[in-house]
Design a protein around this ligand. Structure first.
Ligand code: F0G
Length: 486
């Protein structure tokens, strides 16, 4: 190994926690168990000093060499970048070989969005089927560093499944708080199988989040929602991995779904660190997409834009004053059914650093975009499809040019919510908006790209007849006709 590469194990010594509120900025030791700044209540960042870190080309070489290593940490797309993580060499790493997710070309989705090309970074290909694993590996490891016995989270399902798995690996007690009846079967099944204590609460995710924050005041309990800055440290590595997959090139745009807004915060931090270290020479524009019925962050931007119509993005104070939680969030993309996102200030910082936008999209747009991603042979859960729906809007509105390079981050696997998929294709998917003036038919999501199963007699003739009909309808135009009509 190159002499100037620092001994592993120095990262923790050079790291601290710092309040993210610019006018506070209070600093705390790494081993203080904090979720917010004790002085002002602001969110916390982990900060690693650059002093003593290798040069950009040396870091790249070390990370690349680890791809052929047999060390378990090097099989992780998170721990491979450990020079930029706040842990010692002998940290008790809890890993399931997370990260290392594919970056796919998606020509049909690109055409749907009217883009020349579109890439999809599929974080649903993580061990528990969502991007949460990249942050859970670092948060649960920090739990062991601190010597905790019990880990908890509030969740719409994926954080829960991920925590349950990592807690099981670390032999920690695990309790998850989920809104009753609002979590997909697959996610609930995972948490049960991994042995977590599943507590189904009356109320929505925001109620569960409030409850879990009160619970975490107890010293014995460690909270690993994305308010925990060690979650963000793991999740930021997606920016590293994505950039490395592009041979350290930077796309013009990166687009992510927004729920509790930890992921957008993490990606922003990751790209900013790469820029500060000279590993990249510019930032991609980071844009966030929310579901219309659960879009407090997008609404804040819309209000801010109205406040300063001719000057582009409103100043921070105007935007921050315009933030209002949504009391009763509604969306079939249950992963992001969140009205009071904990990390909105960090996400705002990320969007501002990078010059991105925040967009909302309808239930119909999400469902159709999801089906198109499926037609690329990729598939994802509904929340992830907000990205492609959002990109289509951002192209139509002129924020993204057709020839720009764009990466959408898919956050969850298609099998996370099979009921949604089946209902869309059978044309029995309905929004849950119970307003009395809407009939069931008015609440139905149109199966624009529906591909419903066909009943057929078990005879050669009947089957062949069906196949030739399908061939005529579907394949005569290379299967892309549906995209062009959209
Ligand atoms: N996509 C999926 C599939 C998710 O599960 C989530 C969040 C998001 C996007 C939004 O990410 O919260 O960082 O803005 N799921 C959390 C959970 C809330 O409990 O699983 P975010």
């Amino acid at each position: 190994m190159n002499q100037s590469v620092p001994a592993e194990g120095t990262a923790a010594a050079r790291a601290s926690q710092r309040c993210a509120e610019p006018e506070c900025g209070a600093q705390y030791r790494l081993d203080e168990r904090l979720y917010v700044c004790p002085r002002c209540g602001g969110l916390l960042d982990v900060e690693i000093e650059r002093e003593g870190l290798s040069r950009a080309d040396e870091l790249r070489a070390v990370w690349r060499a680890r791809l052929s290593s047999f060390d378990a940490r090097d099989h992780s797309g998170v721990w491979r970048y450990r020079e930029l993580l706040p842990f010692d060499r002998d940290a008790p790493v809890v890993t399931l070989a997370e990260g290392n997710t594919p970056l796919y070309d998606a020509p049909r989705s690109a055409r749907y969005c009217r883009l020349d090309a579109l890439k999809l970074k599929h974080q649903g290909c993580n061990p528990t089927g969502s991007f949460k694993d990249t942050g859970m590996t670092t948060a649960v490891t920090q739990g062991l560093v601190l010597g905790v016995r019990t880990v908890v989270c509030a969740s719409t399902g994926n954080t829960a499944a991920s925590l349950a798995a990592y807690a099981a690996r670390a032999s920690l007690l695990c309790a998850i708080l989920v809104p009753r009846g609002q979590v997909s079967h697959a996610k609930l099944a995972q948490s049960l199988d991994y042995g977590a204590r599943v507590l189904e609460l009356e109320g929505n995710f925001d109620d569960a989040m409030r409850a879990v924050r009160e619970l975490a005041e107890d010293e014995a309990i460690y909270l690993v929602n994305s308010i925990n800055p060690f979650r963000i440290e793991g999740q930021k590595t997606v920016a590293f991995e994505l950039t490395e997959q592009l041979a350290w090139g930077v796309p013009d745009h990166v687009v992510v779904p927004g729920g509790n807004l930890g992921n957008s915060s993490a990606l922003g931090k990751g790209f900013k660190e790469l820029l500060d270290l000279g590993l990249i020479d510019r930032l991609p524009r980071l844009s966030v997409v929310q579901a219309e019925g659960a879009a407090p962050f997008a609404r804040m931007f819309a209000r801010g834009d109205r406040a300063t119509p001719d000057e582009g993005l409103a100043p921070d104070e105007v935007l921050e004053d315009s933030f209002r939680p949504v009391e009763r969030p509604q969306t079939l993309a249950t992963a992001i059914k969140i009205g009071a996102p904990v990390s909105w200030k960090k996400a705002l910082r990320a969007v501002r650093w990078t010059g991105g936008r925040v967009q909302s999209v309808s239930e119909q747009e999400i469902a159709d975009a999801k089906a198109i991603i499926g037609r690329d042979g990729i598939g994802c859960e509904p929340a992830s499809a907000t990205t492609v729906a959002g990109i289509k809007r951002l192209v139509a509105g002129g924020f993204i040019r057709p020839d720009e390079s764009v990466v959408a981050v898919l956050t969850g696997h298609v099998l996370k919510d099979a009921d949604y998929v089946i209902n869309y294709h059978r044309e029995t998917l309905h929004t849950r908006d119970r307003s009395p003036d809407k009939t069931k038919e008015e609440r139905r999501i149109k199966g624009t790209f529906a591909n419903s199963p066909v009943r057929v007699k078990a005879t050669r003739g009947a089957i062949l007849e069906q196949l030739s009909r399908a061939g005529h309808e579907e394949f005569s135009a290379g299967g892309l006709d549906c995209v062009d009509e959209a």
